[in-house]
Ligand binder design. Structure first.
Ligand SMILES: N[C@@H](CCC(=O)N[C@@H](CS)C(=O)NCC(=O)O)C(=O)O
Length: 315
């Protein structure tokens, strides 16, 4: 991580934990918003007007948070407006690096070797982890935002005057229900699987395991009535947030994170839902199973040998 702009090599996957050994995730540092006219958004400062070719996304295919921004970019038809660079799936002592793995890119935009170089370019005194996703502004050479929840929301609406495509991922009529479901999906699933995987006490693991499967059972029942998506026929950001955890479940969370009551393939409604989303145009391209497996199974604290399991070979 970075401390006052200097990279510290003592990288640990567990960012912080409470007194019961529960994993705690760090909060994001850059919180500006792209808006149609450059006016300030809900947080941070203004000056980030939606323009074609101005912004760039740095992502990891292994990362569920980064993948949700990739999905939104594709669903909203923004692939011509916003470029993408994919990092190497294996975290190094210097954090995320560019190139050196099939499907990983060099940083042709900024020429960086490691993600943390972009953080210090944006703020020479920055402290914190150099996480993905990063939404980069080519005009000012800085990070607009590194919080995927914000990025998802701004991609939904900020560029509509340039490209009017795809579903409204956050319709006003559903806003409070989406917020509530997002929170539950985050706590019990998106972050719940990490809490199971990185638990440092039996109690913390047992709690996380229980909430992961309770929520999966609840969502299996919700989807069993034949609806296409969580809120019926309208695809919303809650579906994106659920999808990114489901698509990693059998490949990484079931084995490495010990979420092994059953595979997702054994939950028919959720499994069908996963494949419904995967079949949407452009969505399968946001998922790279080789990166997901290589990345998760390179976490030394959980898998010291670094051996990557052969299966599953397909979703
Ligand atoms: N709050 C961030 C979390 C992003 C995050 O945790 N990314 C992980 C990869 S899945 C990361 O970059 N970790 C590197 C590190 O912690 O050093 C978001 O949702 O955008």
């Amino acid at each position: 991580m970075l401390v006052n702009g200097i990279w510290q090599e003592n990288w640990q996957p567990v960012q912080a934990q409470d007194e019961q050994g529960r994993f705690i995730r760090q909060t994001s540092t850059f919180r500006h918003w792209i808006t149609p006219d450059g006016a300030p958004g809900p947080t941070g400062s203004g000056g980030f007007k939606a323009e074609a070719g101005r912004y760039h996304l740095y992502v990891a295919y292994i990362c569920p948070w980064a993948s949700r921004t990739l999905m939104a970019r594709r669903l909203k038809g923004l692939q011509e407006l916003i470029g993408v660079t994919v990092v190497n799936p294996r975290l190094t002592d210097q954090g995320w690096r560019f190139g050196g793995f099939p499907g990983a890119d060099e940083d042709s935009l900024n020429g960086a070797r490691y993600m943390h170089e972009l953080y210090t370019r944006a703020d020479p005194e920055v402290s914190g982890r150099a996480t993905v996703p990063v939404l980069w502004d080519r005009h000012t050479g800085t990070i607009v935002n590194n919080e995927s929840a914000d990025i998802l929301r701004m991609l939904n609406s900020a560029f509509s005057h340039l490209v009017d495509q795809g579903p409204d991922l956050y319709p006003a009529a559903l806003a409070s229900e989406i917020d509530a479901l997002n929170q539950a999906i985050y706590t019990d699933l998106n972050n719940g699987v990490y809490q199971a995987g990185f638990a440092s006490s039996q109690q913390a693991y047992d709690e996380a395991y229980a909430k992961v499967f309770a929520k999966l059972d609840e969502l299996e029942a919700r989807l069993a009535d034949g609806r296409s998506y969580l809120f019926g026929e309208a695809l919303t950001e809650s579906d994106i947030r659920l999808f990114v955890t489901l698509v990693r479940f059998d490949a990484a969370y079931h084995g490495l994170f010990k979420c092994n009551r059953n595979t997702l393939a054994a939950m028919p409604a959720l499994h069908a839902y996963l494949h419904r989303l995967l079949a949407l145009e452009g969505i399968a391209e946001t998922v790279n199973l080789d990166h997901i497996k290589a990345g998760y199974y390179s976490i030394k604290a959980l898998n010291p040998t670094g051996i990557v399991p052969a299966g599953p070979q397909a979703l």
